[in-house]
Write a protein that binds this ligand. Structure first.
Ligand code: NAD
Length: 386
């Protein structure tokens, strides 16, 4: 069977890559970009750096700064209004996953009628305006994925959208932009990357191309994330985490995520838990529930992350994996749902709905052990009690 791998046309990785934006726009033959970011990132001053670089090449940059954390159909609609006013031929996405997903959804909806909910999976969105992604977290990997996530403002469902139109044509992956990330954001987005790599590796859609990238990303993240959190100015740790985040994105976009992400999106939608953090809450329990269905694959993950050795049996490696993931979450002070501030009664009230929404996304079907709704509810309860 042939592998179907999708990647951006241009990928520039390294310190200072963001400064290559004018040259990349020129090579793509576009000259009227709209930059999509949030107010905070614009205020930080990095957008002005890009504006100056473009002005030097005779290009001007219009800015839409209405990105909200975890984009909604309403915030994407506001972006589309800004886009309509400017005869733009490209979109520059600048920020974390929220800015990149907003930009990607604007790019595909610019040429379509109807509402975003009409295009969630299993529909596909295969064309749109070109997007040049510049990530500032490490990270969602959205700069290299044909995926975007958006919450329906009417139903609060966190919808998954997929298709080649959502794949950026270019990504400028510059770790220098992540130096300003505070502790919690570094930890949560780093665990998001780890979930991408692990889920891609154990996914039923895993393949030889994604396996190697996923194992490399896992090894880097397990060896570096604690340092990136405790030493925010450590350039080597920031650089390694940024590359691993992009690798995690490449892996999952071409192999899919599984049960952790399937269960994570509803938590984010109902309780406004940041995406990486809801993954982190789920990571140890969902892994413990799943290892028995693919012990050799999970054992590979443990060995890649130096949580087990080649001499350890797969069973021992799987035990060590679960223990190692618990230790990582403990060291990075990952709160449970209660410590995050969610009320038990609110959590209980939406469990059946969250289980249904997890299943509808399709991600749980890629898990080595495929759950039914009741089992997902039990897992959510375990996560509460953990
Ligand atoms: P985010 O984009 O929501 O940003 C969180 C906060 O961090 C924002 O307030 C932002 O201003 C701030 N921030 C961003 N970069 C910063 C920096 N360098 N320094 C200081 N502050 C910074 O966070 P995220 O975790 O990157 O993205 C989460 C979103 O991405 C979710 O909506 C999730 O569903 C989505 N996602 C998408 C994909 C994909 O492939 N499309 C994959 C995973 C997650």
């Amino acid at each position: 069977m042939t592998l179907n791998i999708n990647l951006p046309r241009i990928l520039r990785v390294g310190g200072g890559a963001r400064r290559e934006l004018p040259q990349v726009l020129q090579s793509l033959g576009v000259c009227r970009p709209l930059l999509v970011a949030d107010e905070f990132m614009v205020a930080q001053g990095q957008v002005a750096v890009l504006e100056e670089a473009l002005a030097g090449q005779g290009m001007s940059l219009r800015i839409f700064s209405g990105v909200v954390p975890d984009p909604t159909t309403e915030s994407v609609a506001a972006g589309l209004q800004a886009l309509a006013g400017g005869e733009h031929d490209a979109i520059v996405a600048f920020g974390g996953g929220s800015a990149m997903d907003t930009a990607k959804l604007m790019a595909v909806m610019a040429t379509r009628e109807g509402a975003l909910r009409d295009y969630k999976v299993p529909s596909t969105l295969d064309d749109g305006l070109p997007v040049i992604a510049i990530p500032t977290t490490a990270g969602t990997g959205s700069e290299v994925t044909r995926v975007a996530v958006v919450t329906d403002s009417q139903t609060q469902e966190k919808m998954l959208c997929m298709g080649l139109g959502l794949m950026p044509v270019a990504a400028l992956v510059d770790y220098e932009l992540t130096l300003s990330m505070p502790y919690r954001l570094t930890a949560d987005t780093g665990i998001d990357s780890l979930c991408h790599a692990m889920e891609a590796y154990v996914s039923r859609k895993a393949n030889t191309f994604t396996d190697a990238i996923a194992l490399t990303a896992m090894a880097t993240i397990a060896g570096t994330l604690r340092t990136a959190c405790s030493e925010p100015d450590n350039l080597a740790a920031r650089e390694a985490m940024m590359l691993a985040a992009t690798q995690g994105g490449i892996a999952f976009s071409n192999a899919s995520v599984t049960l952790i992400h399937g269960m994570s999106r509803p938590i984010g939608a109902h309780f406004h838990v940041p995406h990486g953090l809801s993954n982190a809450m789920l990571l140890p329990e969902v892994t413990a529930w799943s290892v028995g269905a693919a012990p050799a694959r999970y054992a590979d993950c443990a060995r890649a992350m130096a949580m087990a050795s080649v001499e350890d049996s797969d069973a021992v490696a799987c035990e060590n994996l679960v223990a190692g993931l618990r230790a990582l979450c403990r060291d990075l002070a990952v709160p449970g749902p209660e410590a995050f501030g969610i009320k038990r009664s609110d959590w209980q009230a939406v469990l059946p709905l969250m289980a249904e929404q997890a299943l509808v996304s399709g991600s749980p079907a890629n898990n080595p052990r495929v759950p039914v709704a009741e089992e997902i509810i039990v897992l959510y309860e375990k996560v509460w009690a953990a």
